[in-house]
Ligand binder design. Structure first.
Ligand SMILES: [Zn+2]
Ligand SMILES: [Zn+2]
Length: 144
């Protein structure tokens, strides 16, 4: 009890000092927190950006199971010819949209004379039935 009056002013001074420091620390913490939020937002933007870049450069990984490709087909039953969007894993023949028969085969095109044809399954290498050229390929391939 005798020491209380002696300690009390010191405690008060300490308390006052602490309070000031707490206010300053609080302000610094708030500034720090704002910076953390800013850094967090930047990080999120980077992650989103990286995700978009990944999706942009690796689309085949992203959609491979569900993706389709255009295939020019001819129905061996009714002769119907069309460019159909078919799954990458599609097996031929596929169902004809006109006559309903499972008879549509992918068409090839001769790079030499432009003829479109369904190659014989036993023919290797595939040759153009018109001119005999082996410069043939999928009819929807863009290029040469
Ligand atoms: Zn058909
Ligand atoms: Zn040809």
């Amino acid at each position: 009890m005798a020491r209380y009056p002696h300690r009390s002013p010191i405690d008060l001074a300490n308390l006052g000092g602490k309070t000031d420091r707490d206010v300053r620390i609080g302000a610094a913490a708030r500034r720090h927190k704002r910076r953390q939020i800013a850094v967090g937002a930047l990080g999120a933007a980077l992650i989103i950006g990286a995700g978009l870049l990944y999706a942009h450069f690796r689309p085949q990984d992203h959609v491979s199971s569900a993706s389709t490709c255009p295939v020019r087909v001819q129905c061996g039953h009714c002769g119907y010819t069309a460019t159909l969007q078919v799954p990458m894993t599609q097996k031929f023949p596929i169902k004809c949209p006109k006559c309903g028969q499972q008879a549509c085969q992918p068409l090839w095109r001769c790079r030499h004379c432009g003829a479109e044809f369904v190659p014989e399954p036993t023919q290797h290498p595939v040759r153009c039935p018109k001119c005999g050229s082996t410069r043939v390929g999928s009819a929807v391939e863009i290029g040469d």
